[in-house]
Design a protein around this ligand. Sequence first.
Ligand SMILES: *Cc1c(COP(=O)(O)O)cnc(C)c1O
Length: 408
Amino acid sequence: MTQQERIYLSPPHMSGDEIKMVEEAFATNWIAPLGPHVEAFERETARFAGVEAALALASGTAALHLSAELLNIGRGDLILCSSLTFAATIAPFYHKGAECAFVDAEPESWNMSPKALEAAFADCARAGRLPRAVIIVNLYGQSCDMDPILELCARHGVPVVEDAAESLGSLYKGKRTGGFGRFSVFSYNGNKIVTTSGGGMLLSDDAEAIARARFLSTQARDPAPWYQHSTLGWNYRLSNVLAGIGRAQMLHLEERVAARRRIFDRYAAELGGIEGLTFMPEPGWSLSNRWLTTLTFQNPLSEKPLAKKPLAVSPAEVLDHLAGLNIEARPVWKPMHLQPVFEKARYYPHEEGRDVSADLFNRGLCLPSGSGMTDAQQTRVIGAVKEALAKEALAKEALMKARAPKSL
Ligand SMILES: *Cc1c(COP(=O)(O)O)cnc(C)c1O
């Protein structure tokens, strides 16, 4: 049997306008360094997110690192971070020598639980040691419940870093994500809703801090006629060619959000009726870009079965089945508090004895969600998921019967 065309999880989606911007960069020889596309991309993105200033960088990770530099995070400083995320969120803080403690998700949004954060702050207050920063993440495109989280952090005078790498174009109570933190971060990695092939943005209302980050991201050159350094920096800037790609991509963001939401709605309509499958919720205050369609399985691995009839199939089995059909799916992020590197880190669950992020990891699955995915491709994915659920369940039933003692 010939292999069917591969369906990727979230591949780059080009509109055709990118090449015009790239040609413009070539025609004017603004290949590097920096140039007019970079300046325009920053200006347009700052206005988009409703913040004072933005800095275009080589990656979202670089933007997160500069936020750690600007907050002057050092050895032994305590950082509270959302546990259910990609390692890039916390890596720069870890590398600065910070003590990383993790906060669970809430079931309503899958993002940082305000209840768990409150417990974390209470614990910190008892120990007489406040965190130096709280890092929130807008997972799979969905905003955190900003109001209670920001209120808690403001009450304790602790700055917030908003990892909005996955939530470009998403809203919280009508306001765009990417403008909620002291520092906020977008990513334009190849799998994100807007891509420059690789890139990121640091955003803030503190224009002075962004100017400082600009200085640090261009090798920290003092204003002197020779190369003089009173401190040392990094080479983190985005090239003018790539900024051109980003500007063109941004012209199509609203369509991309609509496309991903349509994809989510179709998955939910065609698979949501299967007992035991539940799609990622969207609270009233959220309008998610639905970066990835994500769902959870009720299966025997679950501690507390919610469905009357648990599914006989695990997400890993469905993932394997899809892989065999050349369809790329992924598990939900493995929470940071379950990572070997953070074995000893402190963790604040949503409720006593209830670890929401671990549960989402055990039962979750991400389906192909690229905004360029065709209806026919999605039909293939939906068919494959249904097939996996039926096939594995039948195989298990047969196995159980074969193992059952004769007398029964
Ligand atoms: C993609 C991503 C990042 C990292 O962005 P890069 O541009 O790939 O460095 C950080 N945090 C989250 C949640 C992400 O999904």
